[in-house]
Design a binder for this molecule. Structure first.
Ligand code: HEM
Ligand code: HEM
Length: 163
């Protein structure tokens, strides 16, 4: 399959939509953690709007991530920018794959805990926050490095759709 020149409009919307939802999960995740603690201690939880928000945003991330992976397999994504050291291309792709894994594993473990009562899944899910902060932090730092230091137009690939 020939690689497209850039990301499609849908791929770009999905990328930024997921970015906003991930930010919401990390900023407001502690309210879900409180509800979960109450549930595991007393068997009852106060299901507030933020708890529903966490569930809906999380299931949304899962659906959007599956959609993205489907588009990646059928339409494809642009080749890595030319002229980068090989190790940098490999590191970038490795971070992307771990981010995809998080977008799938985090909602599944969250649902297994909340709806299935699987305590170990809750423990695993509780470790997601620092991992996301480090990896998304690296990802953003790389995007800013390309934009402001290398000035190679990489960030614009997630802004302007191209076939
Ligand atoms: C990609 C999607 C998701 C992300 C990034 C995410 C992120 C988070 C974060 C950051 C916390 C707080 C951890 C803490 O402060 O200790 C949390 C807690 C929790 N989330 Fe999610 N979540 C996602 C999806 C879901 C879904 C779909 C559900 C269930 C319906 C869910 C259920 C829970 C539960 C039960 C907790 C408390 C467990 C614990 O803290 O050990 N999450 N989540
Ligand atoms: C301010 C926040 C963010 C910025 C500036 C940003 C920037 C970018 C840019 C410029 C690309 C294109 C890389 C290329 O063309 O080679 C990209 C790709 C990607 N981003 Fe982000 N991103 C952000 C947040 C996120 C978040 C929160 C996630 C998921 C947790 C994420 C996951 C990905 C993935 C998986 C790709 C690879 C897409 C593919 O080729 O399959 N990004 N990002």
């Amino acid at each position: 399959m020939a690689k497209p020149l850039g990301y499609s409009r849908t791929q770009i919307w999905l990328h930024w939509g997921i970015a906003v939802l991930i930010l919401f999960q990390v900023v407001f995740g502690e309210y879900m953690a409180e509800a979960w603690d109450a549930f595991t201690e007393t068997g009852a939880a106060d299901v507030t709007l933020l708890v529903w928000g966490h569930i809906i945003a999380g299931v949304g991330i899962l659906a959007f991530a599956i959609w993205r992976l489907f588009l990646r397999a059928t339409r494809g994504v642009p080749a890595p920018l030319a002229g980068q050291p090989r190790v940098q291309v490999i590191a970038g792709e490795a971070v992307h794959w771990v981010l995809y894994a998080i977008m799938i594993v985090a909602p599944i473990t969250g649902m297994a805990a909340w709806f299935g009562g699987v305590l170990q899944a809750g423990e695993l899910h509780g470790t997601v926050k620092p991992v996301i902060i480090v990896l998304v932090g690296l990802h953003i730092a790389a995007a800013l490095y390309h934009h402001f230091i290398k000035k190679d137009g990489l960030l614009l690939r997630m802004k302007r759709a191209r076939d």
